[in-house]
Design a protein around this ligand. Structure first.
Ligand code: DOR
Ligand code: ZN
Length: 440
């Protein structure tokens, strides 16, 4: 047995926040108890002194782009799963916009098998909604579910046809699969490369209005209500989306959603190099602040934080999107969308807690049990009998974000040079120690 001894256990799934000892027996949690390790236990078991540390359920990240198959130079399933556990993330949902797209059982089985072989974070494939994610013919969702997919999504692209979306929701409903949507009306967003607003005007860059997201969120909420399907809205970035989802939840629509750390930490001012100026020397345009949906206004950022607090947003998900230097060192308008996030999500979330914006129990809930519940996954909890996914964190340890030292194969973090507080010391997946911070 392994005893994580006398740490501050924060497990919102069981409303625990206090000094406890976590007993891991093989692959499972045996119990979380008040009594510390006894002298007799210390003789026969592996006892890890967790005084002054936090013990959390392993994090669940519903939105991760691994680039395998097809673009292994940016990330592989193994490097992404390794980066995940370094960030305390023990379960990741792999987006299907690979090459080929994960729209068949063959690709889904490949992703799951590679994840198992790698032996780091648990890798759960997401299947496509439509073949090739082209938004036209529905993928064989029954086959995808059978092959282990935990949701369907055309992430990276919207399903522009409301008619196709309706059929997709009906099909997914009958399989009880959540449909994750990338909410973007391309007729409003096309041509834009950052949030539409004063920053874009000043920089002379074409904008994407928040309405491009909000209009699609509204449409999909209506269709979820019509069909009774489970809708999951990916990377919510706009106050209007938050309002619409809050209202739909109150009406009983089966909707869940997620927000990304970059959207609750940065605003569109970061495009002008403000993010970089807070850390290393700023550049006039920072392509590491380019992603889809784009960074928004301060009022949107505040709305997302409010929704994390009140539960309108169920989950913090990174939208970890690895790209090479050559994809970012371009004119802003030509740079690719996306930032990596697996190794910074916990510390950025703790920054919200330290700023007094979010109670710690809610922050941990949105990283663990919230996402697990959204997809009906049996993780994100230290309950007796649960799979032993756990992280030991030093909440005070300061560290500098140096993407060169990340386990991820890509370096495209907007937080390079920032000093963050809160470091993962140990990560267990299914009772197996898969990450230790040096010296721990
Ligand atoms: O920023 C993004 N990157 N947004 C997306 O929708 C796709 C993703 C990617 O695959 O790089
Ligand atoms: Zn994505």
């Amino acid at each position: 047995m392994i005893l994580l001894d006398a740490g501050r256990v924060i497990d919102p799934s069981q409303k625990i926040d206090g000094t406890r000892t976590v007993l891991i027996d093989g692959e499972r949690i045996k119990e979380v108890r008040e009594q510390g390790a006894t002298p007799a236990e210390k003789l026969v078991h592996t006892v890890i002194d967790c005084r002054g540390r936090w013990i959390l359920p392993g994090l669940v990240d519903l939105h991760v782009h691994l680039r395998e198959p097809g673009e292994e130079g940016k990330e592989t399933i193994a490097t992404g799963a390794r980066a995940a556990v370094a960030g305390g993330v023990t379960t990741i949902v792999a987006m299907p916009n690979t090459r080929p797209v994960c729209d068949s059982a063959a690709v889904a089985r490949f992703v799951a098998a590679r994840g198992r072989e790698a032996g780091f974070a648990r890798v759960l494939p997401a299947g496509a909604i439509t073949r090739g994610s082209n938004g036209e013919q529905l993928a064989d969702m029954a086959e995808l579910k059978e092959a282990g997919c935990v949701c369907v999504t055309d992430d990276g692209r919207p399903v522009m046809s409301a008619g196709v979306m309706r059929r997709a929701l009906e099909y997914a409903r009958d399989l009880d699969l959540p449909v994750m949507v990338h909410a973007e009306d391309l007729t409003l967003s096309s041509g834009g490369c950052m949030n539409e607003g004063p920053a874009a005007t000043r920089l002379g860059l074409p904008g994407i209005p928040a309405a491009a997201e909000v209009a699609m969120v509204q449409r999909d909420l209506l269709l979820a209500e019509l069909t009774g399907a489970r809708l999951h809205v990916a990377h919510v970035s706009a106050a209007g989306s938050v309002r619409a989802i809050r209202e739909a939840k109150a009406r009983g629509v089966r909707v869940t959603c997620e927000a990304a750390p970059h959207h609750f930490t940065l605003t569109d001012e970061a495009v002008a190099g403000v993010a970089a100026a807070l850390g290393p020397a700023g550049e006039p345009y920072d392509a590491h602040a380019k992603m889809n949906p784009p960074l928004r206004a301060e009022s949107d950022r505040r709305a997302i934080i409010g929704a994390l607090d009140d539960g309108t947003i169920d989950a913090i998900a990174t939208d970890h999107a690895p790209h090479g230097a050559g994809d970012k060192q371009l004119e802003f308008i030509n740079a690719l969308n996306g930032v990596i996030g697996l190794e910074t999500s916990l510390a950025l979330t703790l920054a919200l807690v330290r700023a007094g914006d979010l109670p710690i129990s809610r922050a941990v809930e949105r990283l663990t049990f919230g996402p697990a519940r959204a997809f009906g996954l049996p993780y994100g909890t230290l309950a007796s009998g649960a799979t032993a996914d756990a992280v030991v964190v030093d909440p005070e340890r300061e560290w500098k974000v140096e993407p060169q030292r990340f386990f991820s194969r890509s370096r495209n973090s907007p937080f390079s040079g920032w000093t963050l507080r809160g470091r993962v010391l140990r990560t267990y997946v299914g009772g197996k120690l898969v990450h230790t911070e040096q010296g721990q």
